[in-house]
Design a protein around this ligand. Structure first.
Ligand code: NAD
Length: 265
């Protein structure tokens, strides 16, 4: 299976190229970057300190899609939307890990999902997706006597908050309670907030250092507290999960899928 990586010189892009090269039965069809990137024309293999692949990083995403069975995109929302149009037009599998997409952006991704298989997940680690399933179940069992807050920490370079994973955990908790997340969420607290409303799902964001991604879902009641925690110590887990998603999606019909679909959770 030929897999291409858009945004291949990014923190995740590099990990994704390595994960594709290391996956059995997969070959890296190439990588793309922004036209102004210093990496245009460089050999991805050499860039990673491996054997040269004899191809150069391109600014032409369309050509990369044409040369691939599937493309993995961990870039930025505007780039991801442009790539979704190309995937739909050329009939290619698309795996999206970009976070910070608005509801309208997600609707446009779903449009692409009507034409080709698209896997979209705020977090591709197996452990986090298990955490999502556990969060939904715990929220359903514990009910609104238990206040839910989601605490997350990421490295200082992260540009969106709360993290896409934290929002995904919030959605899982809301689903367990049969409510819409945006009707009960509190994304940050500051000043005279008043007492906590019953049923609220809160978020707290920490940023600093090189933290890859820590998430805790806290269920706090009178007399006890349940905490479900996941800590990622290497970005490689996201890359491996995304490659697994690409291979799974190649056997599916058109649709917008999540990592929970890929894992059968
Ligand atoms: P990064 O800034 O290091 O990398 C993004 C790369 O995309 C950059 O190299 C940039 O030049 C490139 N890019 C932007 N627009 C492009 C375009 N039009 N064509 C080609 N390349 C383009 O960021 P990062 O830390 O690698 O994270 C990227 C995204 O992935 C973020 O949204 C982040 O939150 C998300 N992320 C998701 C997961 C997950 O499991 N879903 C895990 C980690 C990060």
């Amino acid at each position: 299976m030929k897999i291409g990586i858009v945004g291949c010189a990014g923190r995740m892009g590099r990990m994704l190229m390595e994960a594709v090269m290391d996956a059995e039965g997969c070959a890296l069809s190439g990588g793309s970057e922004r036209p102004e990137s210093d990496f245009i024309g460089r050999d991805p293999g050499e860039m990673l300190g491996r054997r040269p692949l004899g191809i150069g990083i391109t600014a032409d995403s369309r050509a990369l899609f044409a040369a691939s069975d599937a493309v993995i995109d961990f870039t930025a929302p505007s780039a991801t939307l442009a790539h979704a149009l190309i995937a739909a037009e050329l009939g290619k599998v698309l795996v999206v890990g970009t976070t910070g997409l608005s509801k309208e952006d997600e609707a446009r991704l779903a449009e692409a999902g009507r034409r080709v298989p698209v896997v979209y997940a705020p977090n591709f680690s197996v452990g986090v997706n298990l955490l999502m399933a556990l969060t939904e179940r715990a929220a359903a069992i514990l009910g609104t006597d238990y206040d839910i807050d989601i605490v997350e920490m990421h490295h200082r370079h992260k540009v969106d908050a709360p993290s896409g994973t934290a929002l995904g955990l919030g959605r899982a908790a809301a689903k367990g309670r049969n409510v819409a997340l945006d009707s009960v969420w509190c994304k940050s607290r500051d000043g005279q907030t008043g007492a906590r409303p019953r049923g609220e799902i809160g978020f707290a964001t920490l940023r600093g250092g090189d933290v890859v991604g820590d998430h805790t879902v806290m269920f706090a009641a009178d007399g006890e507290r349940v905490e479900l925690t996941h800590k990622a110590s290497s970005r490689a887990v996201f890359a491996k999960g995304a490659v697994r998603a690409a291979r799974w999606a190649a056997g599916q019909s058109a649709g917008l899928y999540s990592m929970r679909d890929v894992l059968g959770l």
